[in-house]
Ligand binder design. Structure first.
Ligand code: ATP
Length: 207
């Protein structure tokens, strides 16, 4: 399947430069994307998802420019911006939607992750009734269970209890073992030990 390749990427907003002529590869395996608050982690995930186009340079995967990727390629990406509002839907209903969108969806893994994150008691409550942490856990459980060839996870430790962070670390390791060709990118503001990262990329930071 190969890496997502960023070449000579520039990106900025309103005079603030986040990336200038930045090149990086996101190969199969686990990548930790490190950057201070506001360094552009979410923006890089959005570039990888094709939700955002760079102002210069290219973001290519499987022969396509991600911002113009055909639907078949987009279907191989799991990405949901954590800032997006949730519709009136329960975690179970949302899981069913995701199952329809991702060919590699694993129902046993979804069930296991709901259990592992302690979400079973909340799985029938609408998202807006859940705590931020529980909504985050539902998102993470779906990301992991999606089997998506390119899985993008933004600041997963935010609003998670310690037990869930431990569960997530082992679930990430297990997913990398299970699907060695899967590209999983996790953005976090700091180093994160205890996860077998294939690579760690540090963002240059806003100028
Ligand atoms: N669509 C946009 N329009 C204008 N400014 C934006 C846009 N997207 C991001 N920014 C700005 O770019 C900077 C980087 O944002 P981004 O969310 O990518 O960083 P981050 O590293 O994920 O930081 P944080 O963890 O604080 O969200 C921020 O100052 C943000 O306000």
């Amino acid at each position: 399947m190969g890496a997502v390749q960023l070449r000579g990427v520039s990106l900025g907003f309103g005079g603030v430069v986040l990336l200038r002529d930045w090149s990086a590869d996101f190969p199969p395996g686990l990548t930790l994307l490190v950057g201070d608050d506001g360094a552009g982690k979410t923006s890089v995930l959005r570039l990888l998802a094709g939700q955002l186009a760079p102002q210069a340079g290219s973001v290519r995967w499987q022969g396509a420019e991600m911002a113009q990727a055909p639907a078949a390629l987009r279907a191989q990406v799991f990405w949901r911006d954590t800032r997006e509002d949730w519709p009136e839907i329960t975690p179970l209903q949302w899981g069913a939607q995701c199952a329809g969108q991702h060919a590699g969806w694993s129902e046993p893994q979804w069930q296991a992750h709901l259990q592992g994150f302690g979400l079973v008691e909340h799985q029938d409550k609408e998202m807006f009734r859940l705590s931020t942490g529980s909504r985050r856990k539902a998102l993470l459980a779906a990301a992991l269970a999606s089997g998506a060839a390119l899985t993008l996870i933004d600041e997963p430790q935010a609003a998670l209890d310690k037990a869930s962070v431990r569960y997530l670390a082992q679930a990430l390791a297990a997913s990398a073992q299970l699907q060695s060709q899967r590209i999983v990118v996790v953005a976090h503001y700091d180093q994160w030990t205890g996860v077998p990262w294939g690579q760690q990329l540090v963002l240059p930071g806003a100028e």
